[in-house]
Design a protein around this ligand. Structure first.
Ligand SMILES: Nc1ncnc2c1ncn2[C@@H]1O[C@H](COP(=O)(O)OP(=O)(O)OP(=O)(O)O)[C@@H](O)[C@H]1O
Length: 260
């Protein structure tokens, strides 16, 4: 665990490619302002953790990036493509390079882990190929490689519903990888897991960033996991950024102030 602690607090490489650039993002729901000109970046090879109290706008930020909601103002640039300026096709392609992992894992329990992971590649297939008997060898091999990357190749043919919560979240990450993303948006990926499984999942996300150059943006409710596995921590309060700093520079007082 010590090596991970040390790795987690290593400063990220801010000269690395910017994979996600959010600039002056604003969002209101009715008369409630939820995001106030929020700006942040995720570079290749880094884990960025979002911390903040309930309702501070963490999930809304990720949902604006993955297109589940429309922001009112601001720019989102994914892997160099400004979504406001791109054609609908380029916008859809850029959004596909950002894969989302949710707290609720949404696997099909009666299908195998491998079949669930194959679903990550559906956007590259014609619709008629998206039922298990028609997946094709290439997609199965890629899905198998993704399961291997999350350490679950040996469980490929087990029903997803028979796996533990932590294993299911790793299958969900493998499914995200099968989408061939450059960024993983993880919205409370470990909130439903016990401490050991939560640690394993965060270690996996950290490894994917550091060893494979993915960018990871993770909403977390556990400051200690952010401190252990994130390179940078962003603090949100009432829809506004209160700090954005390398993990080693974030003070306990700054974190406590988020939840006061
Ligand atoms: N679709 C929606 N319609 C109306 N209000 C919404 C909607 N989505 C989010 N909100 C409101 O926006 C605010 C921010 O929500 P958001 O989910 O981004 O917060 P969060 O920081 O992720 O909170 P939590 O830690 O509880 O998940 C909250 O007050 C929430 O009620």
């Amino acid at each position: 665990m010590n090596t991970l602690t040390a790795r987690g607090t290593t400063a990220s490489d801010t000269t690395a490619e910017v994979l996600l650039d959010v600039h002056a993002l604003s969002k209101r729901f009715g008369d409630r302002t939820v995001l106030r000109e929020l700006s942040m970046r995720v570079h290749a090879g880094e884990v960025v953790a979002f911390l903040g109290a309930n309702g501070s706008g963490k999930s809304t930020t990720l949902r604006a990036v993955n297109g589940l909601i429309e922001a009112d103002a601001g720019d989102i640039t994914i892997a160099g493509v400004n979504l406001n300026e791109a054609s609908p096709q380029r916008r859809a392609e850029a959004r596909r390079t950002a894969a989302t992992v949710f707290q609720k894992i949404h696997l099909v329990g009666r299908r195998t882990a491998l079949q669930n992971v194959c679903a990550g590649g559906f956007s590259r297939l014609p619709t008629w190929r998206s039922i298990p008997p028609l997946f094709g060898r290439e997609l199965r091999e890629e899905a198998m490689a993704c399961l291997d990357r999350v350490g679950l190749a040996d469980r490929a043919h087990d029903r997803a519903g028979s796996l533990s919560g932590g294993q299911q979240q790793r299958v969900a990450i493998a499914r995200a990888l099968c989408q061939r993303p450059r960024i993983i948006l993880a919205d409370e990926p470990v909130s439903a897991l016990d401490p050991r499984a939560a640690d394993d999942v965060m270690a996996l996300l950290h490894t994917l960033a550091v060893e494979e150059g993915l960018g990871v943006a993770a909403v977390l409710h556990q400051p200690e996991l952010a401190q252990r596995y994130a390179h940078r921590i962003i603090g949100l309060r009432d829809g506004a950024l209160t700090f954005d700093a390398p993990t080693g520079e974030v003070t306990p007082e700054q974190i406590q102030a988020l939840y006061r």
